[in-house]
Design a protein around this ligand. Structure first.
Ligand SMILES: [Fe+2]
Length: 225
């Protein structure tokens, strides 16, 4: 499965079309419905205004349950209204997804998880231009998403959220160089090295797996799968 992927690994961004067979088996809208009934899953809802801040989700604590539980009816309403959402820690909720993470962890010196990005309309935005500290593997499983990938990387001397004044390109992306633009479809793979700037622009109803790969120093630091 990873032969073509490994051949491409020079730590520059790249795309492999049709990487994953049957992507809907990994993540479908049925899985979103199912996950909305799972009290262990945490969600984020993206404000559709240009800030794309996270909208606060009410949550409650219950007797005999360790974690606060987010109000799933509110999350469902936000999603049905067409807001973009992120579901965290999806890798533990489906065996085939856990198995994909396991294969990545066996091949490479990383620990992984899967974040789901989705939305029901073109207006359900994803995040603004940003860079991540982890290497990311992006695999859409439903719909089409346009991606802008830049040559530039976040300096190791900058942090992610602070020192905005030192990063004027977050306000004006034309200050950066675009490496490529691509429309990803279900089953395609986008490899994003750590710290590369990128932006996803949904072209309609869509679901996508984002697999952050965090470097570890030895096997014992990999999360068990
Ligand atoms: Fe990202």
């Amino acid at each position: 499965m990873f032969e073509s992927f490994i051949k491409n690994l020079k730590d520059e961004p790249f795309v492999i079309k049709n990487f994953l067979a049957n992507p809907e088996k990994y993540l479908s809208w049925d899985d979103i419905d199912r996950s909305l009934k799972n009290n262990y899953i945490q969600w984020e809802i993206l404000d559709p205004s240009p800030s794309r801040h996270r909208i606060p989700i009410p949550s409650n604590r219950y007797e005999y349950f360790r974690y606060p539980i987010q109000d799933q009816n509110v999350i469902r309403q936000f999603i049905d209204q067409g807001m973009g959402f992120i579901m965290l820690e999806y890798s533990y909720s489906k065996e085939i997804v856990n198995e994909l993470c396991k294969q990545i962890q066996e091949k490479f010196m990383v620990t992984t998880d899967v974040h789901v990005f989705g939305g029901k309309t073109t207006e359900s935005h994803s995040l603004n231009l940003h860079a991540d500290l982890a290497t990311n593997i992006i695999i859409p499983t439903y719909g089409k998403i346009k991606w802008k990938v830049y040559n530039n990387r976040l300096s190791t001397l900058h942090d992610l959220d602070k020192i905005q004044a030192e990063k004027p390109w977050l306000e004006d992306p034309s200050l950066l160089d675009i490496k490529f633009e691509v429309v990803l479809e279900a089953g395609d793979l986008l490899y994003l090295p750590a710290r590369v700037y990128h932006e996803a622009i949904p072209l309609g109803k869509r679901l996508s797996m984002s697999i952050p790969c965090w470097s570890v120093l030895n096997e014992s630091q990999k999360i068990p799968r």
